[in-house]
Write a protein that binds this ligand. Structure first.
Ligand code: KG4
Ligand code: ZN
Length: 364
């Protein structure tokens, strides 16, 4: 295969992080610069789409200049562009997409619109001067992508070959974290606050439900956990909640992490692979990282990318995009943003009841 695209400049603006990266065809990240909008959205307890898109339009061009400077490159060194165009907030996606289309047209270089979730799925292959994944890790693998908007398990047989085999029936894991943090008055984004407080708490203090954990199924559910937390906190006084904060967070975290670990290891067994990747914002969680590391003693190959490639970032979009550009795929200027994935981005074969499905799929 001739590698026509050796280096791309990549843009990610699908939600509230503005990120730009320069990525090589082998996943090496030459430079990445990102701007978080957490402080702007915090007063509202969640992402406000209008504020997100306005901030992207202010931050993006300076970030592109900064990234080129950090990489000590110019546009002459860039073979093409990659940008998230789906799924995400339309107003946010438009900013990145229009900017990249303008660059592509004015510099006469190709570009490709990338699915944000494909970026998360391929993030395990990113590397830089400080980090590189184990060389034993490879296809096929099962990937748990857990963030504020998504909690799904994918069977990944190769670049471009993704099957959704499990997903949440209701809330995403990050959403559950954020809602729990809100109930405790911890502010937004809540996952990191719950994680911080949990460190000093006793995880067995409260018995939170582990949704669908005992079911032979790759489906997940976090809404029962949310309702149980709500009921529990309603019975407690504000003083009690404050004094029990650490124990509540530790117990909540235990329930989420136990569920996620149970589901991804079940998926690995069902598809007879030792390779597990965990990505998305929730994979920043200290307990999840620890428990995933512990799986290595059971013979699993685990990759959890460093935080800069777990949370929303342009590097993962760059890698997913450059693989496609090198397969002769590219987008035309008519491409628009989409709030949802395209129909053929992922195959869907949910393993809702593994008892009905004795013939576990073999990775080919
Ligand atoms: O992937 P991401 O940056 O954005 C999308 O939602 O796409 O994920 C953000 C989510 C939020 O729900 C946030 O609370 C959660 O990831 N999160 C965490 C931690 N850090 C971020 N959840 C648990 N523990 C953390 N340390
Ligand atoms: Zn994401």
């Amino acid at each position: 295969m001739t590698l026509n695209f050796k280096t791309v400049l990549s843009v990610e603006t699908s939600c509230d992080d503005t990120s730009v990266a320069i990525v090589r065809h082998d996943g090496y990240v030459v430079a990445q610069c990102s701007a978080s909008q957490d402080l702007e959205h915090a007063p509202y307890g969640g992402v406000v789409p209008e504020i997100a898109s306005r901030n992207h339009s202010v931050a993006l061009i300076p970030l592109i200049e900064q990234t080129l400077k950090k990489a000590e490159l110019t546009f002459d060194d860039i073979d093409g562009f990659t940008v998230t165009n789906r799924p995400g907030l339309i107003g946010s996606l438009i900013v990145g997409l229009m900017t990249v289309k303008t660059l592509a047209q004015s510099l006469n270089k190709p570009y490709i619109g990338v699915n944000h979730l494909e970026g998360h799925i391929l993030a395990p292959f990113l590397k830089d001067d400080l980090y590189q994944p184990s060389s034993d890790f490879g296809y096929p693998y099962v990937a748990l992508a857990v963030s504020g908007g998504h909690s799904s398990i994918y069977l990944v047989k190769g670049a471009g070959d993704y099957t959704i085999v499990g997903t949440t029936k209701d809330d995403a894991a990050g959403e559950a974290y954020d809602k729990f943090a809100k109930m405790l008055g911890l502010g937004y984004p809540g996952g990191v606050q719950v994680d911080r407080l949990a460190v000093t708490g006793n995880p067995t203090s409260y018995d939170f439900p582990r949704g669908l954990i005992r079911e032979k199924s790759l489906m997940m559910s976090f809404s029962g956990l949310k309702s149980a937390s709500h009921r529990l906190l309603q019975k407690m006084s504000p003083e009690q909640i404050l004094s029990e904060q650490a124990h509540l967070c530790a117990s909540f975290q235990e329930a989420v992490v136990e569920t996620l670990i149970a589901k991804i290891t079940l998926a690995a067994r069902v598809f007879k692979t030792k390779n597990i990747a965990i990505t998305g914002g929730v994979s920043a969680n200290s307990k999840l990282r620890l428990e995933a590391e512990n799986l290595k003693s059971q013979g699993f190959q685990i990759v959890i990318p460093p935080l800069r490639y777990c949370t929303d970032n342009a590097a993962m979009i760059g890698y997913a995009g450059i693989l496609q550009l090198n397969r002769d795929l590219k987008s035309d200027l008519g491409m628009g943003p989409s709030s949802a994935s395209y129909e053929n981005d992922f195959k869907v074969a949910l393993r809702e009841n593994l008892n009905d499905n004795k013939k576990a799929e073999k990775p080919s």
